[in-house]
Ligand binder design. Sequence first.
Ligand code: HEC
Ligand code: HEC
Length: 309
Amino acid sequence: MSSFWSWFISIIAVASFVGCYLLIRWTSRRRQNEAGEGEVTGHTWDDNLQELNNPLPAWWLWMFYITIVFGLIYMVLYPALGRFEGVFNWSQTDQYEAEVAAAEARFAPIFAAYAKQPIPQLAGDAAAMRAGQRLFLNYCAQCHGSSATGAVGFPNLTDEDWLYGGTPEAIETSILNGRGHNPWEKMPPMAGALGGDEGVENVAHYVLSLSGAPHDAAKAAAGKAKFTAICAGCHGPDGKGSLAMGNPIMGAPNLTDAVWLHSAGPSLEAVEAAIREGREGQMPAHEVLLGKDKVHLLAAYVYSLSHNP
Ligand code: HEC
Ligand code: HEC
């Protein structure tokens, strides 16, 4: 905070206390040329409802004064005056950090004990999976959905269809390091390599044919050679994806199953768009955010979703 704003805030804060005090003094002062105490002021409503001149009750006035004193003490103890940190040196950040540290101290041993167990065993532990689910809802559900079934662009984690692998190690690596951040985990725009619109259309029909989706058989046949020459390097000669080729780091999806990552279902438009624009999904790394122990529990939770032990 610049010193201008620090002074700006401090002066307004102090001035409002002084203002409140003066206002109370002024309204409680007895004025001259007015009716004496207990007498009628001359104001009358509804024929016979009269205002008498009585002072504010003392307890009422004192409440105002006490409030002002309370406020002044508060401003000295806590940060209220611009950059002044207050005698207690309290801050929201410190309080938050202290609470986080206290929670860590309480829960870290629990996560550490889980971290010693192999993932398939942990996946069969109901209490551990309840803890894993809570972590998943906090850190993963915004992308993968609260039931982990994914959305367009975000993979379903409950099926047997994996981009990078469904072994305990592959899942744990996906969560620790993230995925899709390296150039070889991305699909570049490919229309140029296919010789423009016609090539894109033919190859797209061929892609649809791989999973038995509605397609034009003649166009698909015309696209097959280009697929083999240009797409097969990543998606495999039969289109079954990089994982089926034994490559666990590329994440090129299987195009022969009926599972679609970047569209809600088989769609010529979506496949053409994938070819023209390229595709890249990014899974953020969680090692620094969560630490290895929590990631281990999360990996077990994700593993349990498709392995029902
Ligand atoms: C910001 C969105 C986002 C968040 C948050 C996120 N993910 Fe992901 N995740 C993705 C995307 C996108 C992919 C696919 C990456 C790709 O296409 O290369 C992915 C991929 C994965 C994979 C690999 C799936 C496969 O088929 O191989 C796993 C496992 C995974 N995420 C688990 C998690 C877990 C557990 C969490 C919570 C700690 C999480 N994700 C949080 C977006 C997210
Ligand atoms: C350099 C490797 C590479 C090449 C070459 C490549 N792809 Fe891809 N493709 C990928 C990757 C990786 C993804 C997934 C991107 C992501 O989600 O992070 C993908 C995604 C797709 C998708 C989306 C699938 C879905 O489930 O939604 C389609 C369709 C596709 N590619 C078709 C093709 C076609 C057709 C070609 C050839 C013209 C091709 N790809 C060439 C790597 C490649």
